[in-house]
Design a protein around this ligand. Structure first.
Ligand code: MG
Length: 427
């Protein structure tokens, strides 16, 4: 997600942790990220990606989901009804991946293996190191969302230089094996369920203005992911969530290194590349794109904050030929609608404008975030069962909230954009 502009990473993470800390099973948050301090974490944990034993050692590997590259969902899953009312979008015969197969990028468009443009719709996990409950890891619930929300995409947002993340803020709080296991569970469930899955290196600090870089650690990580899953059509790589306080000239060599590592193993699956200023400055990236095939660029959008000016940046980038993927968005302020910050809103008018723009340009998206908490960007209410079903009554909503201005609603405590984004998926 996009942290608070102008505030330190440690503050942002402490707030995020505070959100999660009210739930059972979540590590205490306070002060634990104090060492992060924004920039300067990159490279400080060199070697954090090693010693995990690799994916095969993480346990629980599933061979289900069809042969790599087969472009087909496992037989017999059923439950994904053809949708004649989807406004011209194809109905699913058995699953999104069974319909669309191997994705490719043609011009600015994401196309399926039949050459048909495709708009994927889904959700992002919480930072996997901060999630309050294991919602994204539940195969039963994700299947329910596929069949009842028309979800075709899930994003595994793996915290990196964060407390409990893949590299940690220090080696003492790094949890590479735990992060790998969560990612592996989400990916293998997606393969079994025939949905697409983004593996996201979730950080703002993969490169720093001081010259730090996580390029080696990220390359090692994505090499493992590519070796394990690069033959499946389901997989999408996202190498850098939200670059910040660094220029495109500083970011681009990181992307080039990670793309080269992935392409050494996996020649074709889509890679989505983060852009400057919390993945907003896609117009800047458009002026000097990374060479390669099946590359897309990240645009993150929070409807209460960014509005038309960010859509204009996106339109400019598209006009220059840059393919975009909204790997994360909220119908909330850019801090995710943190109640403590005093702006816990849902902005439906701007949200509809965002959805219209994405549909007009056939841009895929994943909503931040599949968790329960008091942030208005949490999709699930506290009553939501981990393994589903996630019926509408366990989604957050702004119904009954206070109208702040036209289209801007302050939901009741525990409310949020959940039902709004689920109804977008259903369109
Ligand atoms: Mg591949």
């Amino acid at each position: 997600m996009k942290p608070f502009v102008g505030r330190s990473l440690s503050f942002v993470l402490s707030v995020l942790c505070a959100c999660s800390s009210s739930s059972p099973g979540t590590p205490a948050a306070g002060g634990s990220t104090g060492g992060a301090g924004g920039d300067g974490t990159g490279g400080s944990t060199a070697g954090g990606g090693s010693g995990t034993g690799g994916l095969d050692g993480a346990g629980g590997a599933s061979s289900g989901g069809g042969a790599p590259g087969a472009g087909a969902a496992p037989a017999g899953q059923g439950g994904w009804a053809p949708d004649a009312a989807a406004g011209g979008s194809p109905g699913w015969a058995t699953s999104p991946v069974a319909v669309h197969g191997q994705l490719k990028v043609v011009g600015t468009q994401l196309e399926d293996e039949h050459g048909t443009p495709v708009q994927l719709k889904g959700v992002s996990s919480q930072w996997l190191n901060y999630e309050s409950k294991t919602f994204p890891e539940s195969k039963a619930a994700i299947q329910w969302a596929r069949d009842n929300w028309k979800l075709s995409l899930v994003r595994a947002a793996m915290g990196v230089d964060a407390n409990g993340g893949y590299l940690g803020t220090t080696s003492a709080n790094a949890n590479p094996a735990g992060m790998l296991k969560k990612v592996q569970t989400i990916v293998e469930n997606a393969i079994d369920l025939g949905i697409y899955v983004i593996v996201d290196w979730h950080t703002s600090n993969a490169v720093t203005s001081a010259g730090g870089s996580q390029a080696q650690q990220a390359s090692d990580f994505f090499t493992m992911i590519a070796q394990k899953y690069g033959g499946y059509p389901n997989l999408i790589y996202e190498d850098y969530n939200e670059p910040n306080k660094v220029t495109w000239a500083q970011i681009k060599p990181y992307h080039q290194a990670v793309v080269a590592a992935i392409r050494a193993v996996d020649p074709d699956n889509v890679i989505v590349l983060g852009t400057p200023t919390y993945s907003q400055d896609v117009d800047v990236a458009a002026a000097d794109p990374v060479a390669g095939t099946n590359l897309m660029y990240t645009l993150h959008f929070y409807a209460c904050t960014h509005k038309q000016s960010l859509r204009d940046k996106g339109t400019t980038a598209l006009s220059k030929g840059l393919p975009l993927f909204v790997t994360e968005f909220g119908i909330t302020p850019a801090d995710g609608g943190v109640v403590r910050s005093g702006d816990p809103y849902v902005c439906e008018d701007e949200g509809n404008s965002l959805f219209d723009w994405m549909k007009q340009n056939n841009i895929s998206g994943a909503s931040w975030k599949l968790d329960q908490c008091t942030d208005t960007s949490c999709i699930l209410a506290s009553s939501a069962p981990v393994d589903g079903p996630w019926t509408d009554d366990v989604l957050t909503t702004d119904a009954g909230g206070t109208t702040v201005s036209a289209g801007v609603i302050q939901p009741p405590t525990g409310g949020g954009h959940g039902l709004f984004v689920v109804n977008w998926m259903r369109q």
